[in-house]
Design a protein around this ligand. Structure first.
Ligand code: THU
Length: 126
């Protein structure tokens, strides 16, 4: 799968976002080592701290289906800034694949990519 195909799955996933509070839909498409893709969106809650981000939704879907090794995650949000994953999502993904690639896209054709290890150096572990 190309980067752009994965990004387009992330954009499609953002359409299912449940975002009555922030009105900020995010979508993610997580590609596993074996090529399986799990998508996710952000799911908000009236108890705001219970909100789950798109990346963690996708990651929990994957892990709960027996996948623990990831190659890439594509993230889409129609935002002004590149939608890089929040700190909690970085830590969460790092648990499984510290060297995975992170693709970020917003409206328009361009996207940026990072190694998770560059976005999350010295992640917590024990
Ligand atoms: N959000 C994500 O889905 N992923 C991130 O990495 C950062 C933030 C969501 C959470 C909330 O629903 C909305 O974006 C605004 O913070």
């Amino acid at each position: 799968m190309t980067d752009r195909e994965l990004l387009s799955l992330a954009k499609k996933a953002s359409m299912n976002a449940y975002v009555p509070y922030s009105r900020f839909p995010v979508g993610a498409a997580l590609e596993c080592e074996d090529g399986t893709v799990f998508t996710g969106c952000n799911v908000e809650n009236a108890a705001l701290g219970s909100t789950i981000c798109a990346e963690r939704t996708a990651c929990c879907k994957a892990v709960s289906e027996g996948h623990r090794s990831f190659k890439r995650v594509a993230i889409f949000a129609d935002s002004e800034n590149w939608p890089t994953p929040c700190g909690a999502c970085r830590q969460f993904l790092h648990e499984f694949s510290p060297d995975m690639e992170i693709l970020c896209s917003k409206a328009g054709d361009r996207y940026v990519s990072y190694k998770l290890s560059a976005l999350m150096p010295h992640a917590f572990d024990y």
